[in-house]
Design a protein around this ligand. Sequence first.
Ligand SMILES: CC(C)(COP(=O)(O)OP(=O)(O)OC[C@H]1O[C@@H](n2cnc3c(N)ncnc32)[C@H](O)[C@@H]1OP(=O)(O)O)[C@@H](O)C(=O)NCCC(=O)NCCS
Length: 246
Amino acid sequence: MDSGFLQTIREAIPISMKEARQHLPEGYSIRLMSHHDYARISVICEMVYPTERPYSSEELAAHHRVFPEGQFVVVHEESGDVAGVHFTLLIQLMHFHLDDSWETLTAGGSFTDHDPSGHTLYGADLFIHPDHQHHGLAKALTVATRELVSRLKLWRMVGGSRMPGYGKLSTLLDPQDYIEKVKKNELTDPVLTTHLHDGWDAIRAIKGYLPHDEESAGWAAVIQWINQECTPPPDYDIGRIPPKNI
Ligand SMILES: CC(C)(COP(=O)(O)OP(=O)(O)OC[C@H]1O[C@@H](n2cnc3c(N)ncnc32)[C@H](O)[C@@H]1OP(=O)(O)O)[C@@H](O)C(=O)NCCC(=O)NCCS
């Protein structure tokens, strides 16, 4: 189907975020990102990723331009401040390698590789201001993106989960074994455990997804959530996507 036509049909259906709102704790609301949010988002980004360059207003404007309905923010109502974000884009995963870096999957953070005909919603980023963590905001933002997957009749969501608990264990444990132990609740990871609790499955360890992520010793986990309501498209099998590094 023509991708422009597909995009027009998809945009014609309003976004409700009804289920996400049910998961929000009291005092918070959820909506799509607007240009008023850019400065605050850059500040939060700098706080949660001190070793990375934070998003610039130009990059956030580019995300909004290519896929406005995929950029979610949670707002702390009393202060009116953005408390957390979830940024997504559509891709054909078969056009990539399983262990491609965040830079590659997001076209250098610009999201200009967004493909309206893609079957996979790629969760490019999810972060919460430290003062608002552990309130269930990541959960609500994840539910919002799942609602988007359902509305767009997509097959799945894929992401790369940091595993910041792995760095201190990296000399003792293989990264894949670490993921299996987190999956079995034998170990708790500050990020991967949250994703698993929020319904994602961890597929395999990849190296170099965020090369400067020292806490994760440069490793990440490919995570996936399948929309059971949708028929698998031709590129459904993540096992057929070849890695390039491992
Ligand atoms: C990972 C991250 C996004 C999680 O965000 P969060 O909003 O704190 O996540 P949640 O609150 O939904 O869940 C975290 C924990 O809080 C718990 N929680 C949820 N609601 C709660 C509430 N009302 N009161 C207390 N705890 C609560 C959850 O149960 C969960 O704990 P568990 O994993 O032991 O079950 C956040 O820590 C973050 O921004 N980290 C830095 C950036 C980053 O690494 N992002 C991920 C990139 S892959």
